[in-house]
Design a protein around this ligand. Sequence first.
Ligand code: UDP
Length: 369
Amino acid sequence: MYDYLVVGAGLYGAIFAREATNRGYKVLVIDKRNHIGGNIYTEKIEGINFHKYGAHIFHTNNKEVWDYLNQYTVFNRFTNSPVANYKGQLYSLPFNMYTFNKIWGVVTPEEAKAKIEEQKKEIIGPPQNLEEQAISLVGRDLFEKLIKGYTEKQWGRDCKDLPAFIIKRLPVRFTFDNNYFNALYQGIPVGGYTNMVKNILEGIEVRLEENYLDNREKWNSMARMIVYTGPIDAYFDYKLGTLEYRSIRFEHEILDMQNFQGNAAVNYTDKETPWTRIIEHKWFEFGKDENGNDISKTIISREYSSEWKPGDEPYYPVNDEKNSSLFSQYKDLANKEEKVIFGGRLGEYKYYDMDATVESVLKKCKKVL
Ligand code: UDP
C-alpha cells in the first residue's frame, strides 16, 4: 500500500512526490505518457535539447522557488526576448522603447508616452476585456500590429471576448529593455528540463504508460491518497460539461542549416500567417552543444493553435467567465473527494507559469504533508 499515488509526472506531480518521499511517505508516480516531465519534457536531438511540447522558459521573482529548483538543476543565463514579425517587419518584444521607435519613430520615453496617451483616449472607463486593456496599455497601433492577430490566433476568440488579465502578462517598458519577463531570476535548465525532473524524482518509483482514468479502482485501491494532476473535468467524466482548453499542433523540422531565424522565438502577429510562432530550439542554449561547440543543424517548431477536443493534448485553460464558473462547480465536487488532491495547470484549471506551479505545490505540501 502506497501513501500517495501521484497521477502525472509533470512539475507538480514530481515535486509533490519528492516532498512526500522526503517526509518518509511511500509514493508511486504514474503517467500515461511514455516519459516523465509532462509538457516541460525535453529530448536531445542532433545535440539540441528539444522542447517537445513548446518552449518553456523558467522565470520567477520568488527566491524560495528559485532556490528550490536550483537543488535539482543549474540554470543557464537565457533571457527571453522574442521578436515579432508583422508582415515582414520586425519589432522588439515585449513593448519597449525599441518597439515604440520602430512603430512611431519616437525617440524619447516622453514622446512614446504621449503617443499612448493620445491613442488610449478611445477607452472610456476601466478596460472590460483584452482589447480595451491592450489599447489602454499601448495604444491602438500596437494593438493592431502586435496583439490582435496573434491573440485571436492563439485563443480562437475575438479580443473583445477575452479576459484583460492575459495581456497583463506582458510588460510595457519605457526603457530599451527587451527582456520579456519582469523576473529577478530566469534561465533554462542546463541539460534540459527532463534532467531536472529526473533529479527531482530520483529514487522514487515511476510507472509510465499507465492511465489512471482507465482503471481507477485498481489504482485507488493501491494508495491512501491520490494526487491528481490531469484535467479536472476528465476526472469527473465531464459530467457537468467540458471545460475548454486551447491545444497546439506543432510542425517540427530538422534543418540542415546552422541558423534559421537568429532567435529562439519569432511571433507572427498578423492574422494571415497560420502559425502563431516559430521556435528555434538551439538558441535556448546559445547554439552550443554540451561541450560548447557550435551545432551545425537546427530544429524549428511552428505552432498552430487550435480548440481542444477530446483526444488532443490540453495546453491552455480558457479562463473566461463561462469556463471559470464551470470550473468552480467542478471545484465544489473536487472538495468533496476527500482522498484526492487536485493540482497543477490542468487539475486547478489555471494558466500557471512554471514558477506558479512550484509555488502551488510547495504550498500544498506544507499544508497536507
Ligand atoms: N501576446 C500578443 N502578441 C505577442 C505575444 C503575446 O498579443 O506577440 C499576447 C497574447 O494575447 C498572449 C498573451 O500575450 O495570449 C500572453 O503571451 P505569453 O507569451 O505570455 O504566452 P505563452 O508564452 O504562455 O504562450
